[in-house]
Ligand binder design. Structure first.
Ligand SMILES: [Zn+2]
Length: 240
């Protein structure tokens, strides 16, 4: 019999299997993304109860097999009730979960990505936030995710030569961040950005979620940067 192991986990996805079983995909503090087989999880008197609800924080005990891990026990630690009562907050949390599932292979991610995801859910489990704050929070999550996965975009200096940013610059996905005119190719590559805008994105990367209110990022820049950073993540984390 395989050994029992324990993990603190954020439940990201569940798939129904047969009559009463579930395949549960979670981001764990101990071992990154893991999938589990939860037998009898959908029965009326399931011993797992609410602990396998989407976007719940739970403690899992499982048999650490090489194939699909078999869940033995699940206890709910935090269900983020305020987040789940707010449609916009919930949608953002689902988008974050989908992004993690898209970027992380089984076993991918580590303690830092778990902590980041838990911080986002805790931030969303509070007072209702206006649309502007939610957009900033989502952008900050993507930037921080790039950092914890080891591919943070360079935003404080030229990604090509390290020179300070004080002239018209571009954000280049392939070059790994902002580049100054001295490192620009012909024709110019990337998305035009002002040095002040790059600094704003750098601050969004560094500030904790509850301090993002201080940032004056124009809504248009936030919207543009959302897709830019998502492309950046997909490019730098694509399977080899
Ligand atoms: Zn340069």
């Amino acid at each position: 019999m395989a050994e029992l192991a324990k993990a603190t986990a954020l439940i990201l996805k569940t798939i129904k299997l047969k009559e009463s079983d579930l395949i549960v995909t979670a981001l764990t503090r101990e071992a990154g993304r893991l999938s589990f087989l939860a037998k009898g999880a959908r029965g009326g008197r399931s011993r797992f109860s609410a602990a396998l609800g989407l976007l719940s924080l739970s403690e899992l005990v499982y048999y650490d097999r090489r194939q699909l891990k078999l869940l033995s026990q699940a206890d709910l630690l935090q269900s983020y009730p305020k987040l789940k009562r707010n449609y916009e907050h919930l949608q953002l949390a689902f988008r974050a979960a989908r992004l993690l599932l898209k970027l992380l292979p089984e076993g991918g991610g580590d303690r830092a990505s778990f902590e980041l995801c838990a911080e986002l859910l805790a931030y969303l489990d509070g007072q209702p936030l206006p649309a502007g704050s939610l957009a900033r929070g989502e952008l900050a999550f993507k930037l921080k995710l790039a950092r914890v996965l080891g591919v943070a975009p360079r935003l404080d200096r030229c990604a090509g030569c390290g020179a300070p940013l004080n002239r018209p610059i571009h954000f280049s996905v392939a070059r790994g961040g902002v580049i100054g005119p001295e490192c620009q190719g012909r024709p110019p590559q990337g998305t035009p950005l002002a040095p002040g805008e790059a600094k704003g994105l750098q601050m969004a990367l560094l500030l904790p979620f509850d301090k993002l209110e201080r940032l004056k990022l124009p809504a248009q820049l936030v919207a543009q940067a959302q897709t830019m950073i998502e492309r950046f993540l997909a490019y730098h984390l694509r399977p080899l």
